[in-house]
Design a protein. Structure first.
Length: 144
């Protein structure tokens, strides 16, 4: 949920965030390293492309706004499975798998790969134990 929330909130101010990151990378302590690993030119190129796109075609930002909103909605959808994992596992697994599939198919996979962490945390939170002990037993089987 935290990964979805952070991905959603940080997708709104992309141009501001890139400007801040570019300023940080251009500072003296980081500049040499950022240039050596070719991070600075890449971030500068992305920032300038986003700035030009936002300047000429501001309506394209609605796409990232909806992407951000979708991340926030999915974070809210995970509240139910988080509170009652045993009865909500189908919802949780389908949400995780759909996001993992999108992360693998999308060029924005770095941003969306946070959902892989959500899926891994499903196993670390004891999903198998929760479902095996909390699900009601089959009444037909219990009568025998």
């Amino acid at each position: 949920m935290a990964g979805l929330f952070i991905s959603g909130v940080t997708a709104f101010p992309l141009q501001s965030e890139l400007h801040w990151l570019l300023s940080m990378l251009e500072s003296l302590p980081l500049r040499q390293t950022a240039e050596t690993i070719h991070l600075l030119p890449w971030i500068a190129r992305v920032y300038h492309a986003l700035s030009e796109t936002n300047g000429q075609y501001p309506f394209l930002a609605y796409g990232t706004d909806w992407l951000a909103f979708a991340h926030l909605v999915l974070a809210v959808l995970f509240i139910g499975p988080y509170r009652d994992l045993a009865t909500q596992t189908t919802t949780l697994i389908s949400n995780c798998l759909s996001e993992v599939g999108l992360a693998l198919a999308s060029p924005r996979s770095l941003d969306e790969s946070c959902e892989v962490v959500n899926f891994i945390s499903l196993g670390s939170n004891g999903w198998a134990d929760a479902t095996s002990t909390s699900l009601p037993s089959n009444p037909v089987v219990s009568r025998q």
